[in-house]
Design a binder for this molecule. Structure first.
Ligand code: ZN
Length: 465
């Protein structure tokens, strides 16, 4: 597999540090609100990365943090007259609801900043010992100029960064480029004891401390939105490598931005959507499909039209999946004939196309086209008596690809006994040419949320999306 590495700005072959194992750290949400459509993109994309690596046989440790202490958390708790902890608990639970509806699997570990204060303090201590950080008025700052390779990720040298830095009004800092590792306690804010007095961690340090705690000082992949590249990830490298003296991460992956109706998403423009807002109108599986329809590094434009398009694409795949189940009911346990042999060879070609696309820096758009190719061929199969072997081959290929993309993997919904009984009664009614009763039953089945079709091989029913 090749991965575009933001550090070197080119595609590189992916070689894990330990054969057969992959460690991935993804920056997670600050849990002060429902997450928005811009956050959803990295969550979905890097969930697919993890699924694909697992599918190819790697043992993946996927770590995604919850930022449960920062200015926004404190402001929200104050607004609501509650504690920061209560806000965190509530929005972690809400995150899980939306993530699950988007088909995002829980990470191997979801560490929370407030549960890693000792590790954070230890790392800050090491940085102070090495002269890479200093205490000032109860705060602790990272001394950027003492770390000469600062800027290696964003590709800017210290001089460029310095001329671009806003003149700091903060008298506690030695230099405008320095950033906070520890913030001294202010009245009304949560605080933890530290060797530098009570306070709370800065945002950047939590990711350095938690990633190295679970993945070791040097690990394989760190990912997040492009907006995190600078300063967040640049700072993480300086903190982690500064403290450990080791290289930090081998591959940096960043996804592109999301525009809404061709405009930058912002609260002030009113085009700011939380995933929860979108769930009121659309199936969130369609949001996942939409995100996978473009390359993760390209910017994407989110609009109603695009989401409807994604919904109908998803429907096409769902119909193909149902068609396979339907064909299976009349499958014949025999040696595949010539046409079926050719179809099975085609399934292998599709799988190879899919792998080639995913190996090319996670090209999900191209990988999806392989899935659609197979869906189209499934519909060309005869409606009756296809060889079981050919159908199993198609089903395995289809579900392997859909599984990697995290699509159509909802728990199979068994037909309820009520619907089954209605279908049987309807089959009898049709046999007796009782069209009136047949129509009544069709309408009743539809009213329960099922889509019913009459085919030369009998009734086909599936749950509507
Ligand atoms: Zn982070």
């Amino acid at each position: 597999m090749e991965i575009f590495n933001s550090m070197t700005r080119k595609k590189e072959p992916f070689i894990p540090i330990t054969e057969g194992k992959v460690g991935i750290y993804a920056c997670g949400p600050t849990v002060y609100n429902y997450f928005h459509i811009g956050n959803a993109r990295p969550f979905i994309i890097f969930d697919v990365l993890r699924r694909y690596l697992e599918h190819r046989g790697y043992e993946v440790t996927f770590v995604q943090n919850f930022t449960d202490i920062d200015d926004k958390m404190i402001a929200r708790a104050r607004e609501e007259g509650t504690t920061v902890q209560e806000v965190a608990e509530r929005f972690i639970a809400e995150y899980q609801i939306d993530a699950s509806a988007l088909g995002i699997r829980p990470a191997t570990i979801h560490p929370r900043a407030t549960e890693h204060i000792p590790q954070i303090i230890a790392m800050i201590g090491k940085l102070i010992d090495k002269g890479l950080a200093y205490v000032s008025g109860g705060d602790v700052y990272f001394r950027v100029k003492a770390y000469p390779s600062y800027g290696c990720l964003c590709g800017q040298c210290l001089d460029d960064l310095e001329s671009g830095a806003r003149v700091s009004v903060d008298e506690l800092k030695e230099d405008p480029l320095d950033f906070a590792l520890w913030k001294a306690h202010k009245p009304g804010e949560p605080a933890w004891d530290s060797p530098w007095g009570p306070g709370r961690p800065g945002w950047h340090i939590e990711c350095s401390a938690m990633s190295t705690t679970y993945l070791g000082d040097h690990f394989d992949i760190h990912c997040g939105g492009k907006d995190l590249l600078f300063p967040h990830h640049e700072n993480e490298i300086a903190q982690s490598s500064g403290a450990t003296g080791q290289p930090y991460v081998n591959y940096w992956m960043h996804n592109g931005f999301i525009n809404i109706d061709n405009e930058k998403m912002s609260k002030s423009k009113g085009n700011f959507f939380t995933v929860r807002d979108i769930a009121k109108e659309y199936d969130l599986q369609a949001v996942r499909m939409f995100m996978l329809s473009a390359h993760y590094r390209s910017p994407v434009n989110f609009s109603r039209e695009m989401i409807q398009q994604a919904q109908s694409s998803l429907e096409r795949l769902s119909i193909a999946k149902d068609q396979l189940a339907f064909l299976m009911a009349s499958a014949q346990d025999r040696k595949p004939n010539e046409m079926e042999e050719a179809f099975m060879a085609y399934c292998e070609e599709v799988r190879a196309h899919f792998y080639a696309a995913m190996d090319d820096d996670l090209n999900t758009a191209d990988a999806l086209s392989a899935l659609f190719d197979l869906a189209r061929e499934i519909h060309k199969l005869p409606l009756n008596g296809v060889s079981t072997k050919a159908l199993i081959c198609a089903r395995e290929t289809f579900s392997a690809m859909a599984g990697v993309l995290g699509l159509l993997n909802r728990q199979e919904e068994e037909l309820s006994p009520q619907v089954r009984a209605m279908m049987e009664e309807r089959a009898r009614a049709r046999k007796d040419r009782n069209w009136k009763r047949s129509d009544e039953l069709r309408d009743a089945i539809k009213a329960l949320g099922y889509i019913l079709e009459d085919t030369p091989a009998g009734q086909k029913v599936r749950k509507g999306l």
